[in-house]
Write a protein that binds this ligand. Structure first.
Ligand code: F6R
Length: 365
């Protein structure tokens, strides 16, 4: 049931305040000092005995994994590698009882991700699954499970499941940081409030959907670059994937600082560059990259936090998002990207919910 929406994808985009709330609130409301995660059994002793963490997933779920890697290192001071499952499973990673492997999957059935989970178990590693489908194979086979409460996702392009994967990751980061002793009670209390505020911040972006549709209506381009730094780079990868899969527009995601090492040669008047700037301390750096592409004729759209006026220097258009904690701001920027890709696909007359060549769940290798 599309509930009056034109497509499942749009319905699912608009469900995000509610499902992110469902993923976050029950885990935070019980205890003022720690996150409550039902099926996570890792003890402090086991964590101390863990010398590497791998986060393994495919596609959009992999992009959530990259965010997890960044935050677990920054906040919990744990060494983490994030990798696509199809690469991880065919190399020979160092895996033993000192490893923790976290798989992320909406369906809980993706063949490569499942194979990675089984490989980790065989090697004696601890395994954890962040999954959306209760009762799925990964849910049944992982000893530790963290559910995303996104509900059924019908559209092939993942939207609400991704936001819930990020929300689950934030919870896990807080949980392990508390366990590690790297996050004080006071810092935890602040982050808890920030996470409670997320659904409303998402809502306020959804209320701007019409203005994003207008920007899409006036945008023509042969190819698109998404650029950002830090967490914004990972969000760029997700924005670029969404545009490819439903709008069939060639796009690439680049770490903003890497542009000048090659791809800037491709920038011309037919290029659109979408710059993500939610990490305040990196503003100047990314703005200067945007000025470079603008000087070469590219159209520049910037997604940035309200109040960060500096970005207007380099952008033809700015899509503002509410100011939020740096940990979660790129989730908000991605809501804009979802709407951007959606309206672009609609404008081009594509089959939004069932893009060509794609299946919802890739259960073959
Ligand atoms: C992109 C998309 C895919 C999936 C990937 C993993 O919008 O939907 O990239 O994210 O196939 O699927 P799951 O999460 O079911 O393992």
């Amino acid at each position: 049931e599309k509930n009056g929406y034109e497509h499942f994808m749009l319905k699912e985009i608009f469900e995000q305040p509610e499902v992110v709330r469902a993923t976050i609130v029950p885990r935070l409301s019980m205890n003022e000092e720690q996150v409550k995660l039902d099926r996570i059994h890792i003890t402090k002793e086991e964590l101390d005995n863990t010398n590497r963490i791998y986060i393994v997933a495919c596609g959009t779920a992999y992009h959530a994994g990259l965010v997890g890697k960044y935050l677990l290192e920054k906040m919990a001071r744990l060494p983490v590698w994030a990798e696509t499952a199809s690469e991880f499973r065919y190399r020979d990673p160092v895996l033993d009882s000192h490893s923790l492997v976290i798989v992320i999957s909406q369906s809980g059935e993706t063949a490569d991700t499942l194979a990675a989970l089984r490989m980790a178990k065989r090697a004696g590693a601890r395994v954890m699954a962040i999954v959306n489908v209760v009762g799925s194979t990964m849910d049944r086979e992982a000893e530790n499970v963290l559910y995303t409460w996104a509900g059924p996702e019908i559209a092939v392009a993942s939207t609400k499941a991704y936001s819930c994967q990020l929300a689950a990751m934030y919870l896990l980061v807080l949980y392990l940081s508390r366990m590690q002793g790297t996050l004080s009670r006071e810092e935890f209390a602040i982050l808890r409030q920030e996470l409670y505020a997320l659904p409303e911040e998402i809502q306020s972006i959804l209320e701007r959907a019409e203005s994003i549709r207008h920007i899409v209506a006036s945008t023509v381009q042969k190819s698109v670059f998404y650029i950002g730094r830090g967490l914004d780079y990972y969000a760029s990868m997700e924005g670029s994937l969404k545009l490819k899969e439903i709008a069939y527009i060639h796009s690439e995601a680049y770490a903003a600082g890497e542009l000048k090492h090659g791809p800037i040669a491709m920038i011309d008047g037919d290029t659109l560059v979408i710059g993500l700037i939610t990490q305040q301390e990196l503003t100047e750096k990314t703005v200067s990259n945007l000025k470079e592409v603008k000087a070469r004729g590219a159209k520049v759209i910037c997604i940035a936090e309200e109040g960060n006026e500096k970005v207007t220097e380099a952008a033809d258009e700015v899509i503002w998002i509410p100011k939020s904690h740096p940990m979660a701001a790129s989730l908000l920027a991605n809501i804009v990207q979802q709407l951007f890709a959606y309206y672009m696909a609609v404008k081009l007359g594509n089959d939004v919910d069932k893009p060509r060549n794609l299946a919802k769940s890739v259960t073959v290798e």
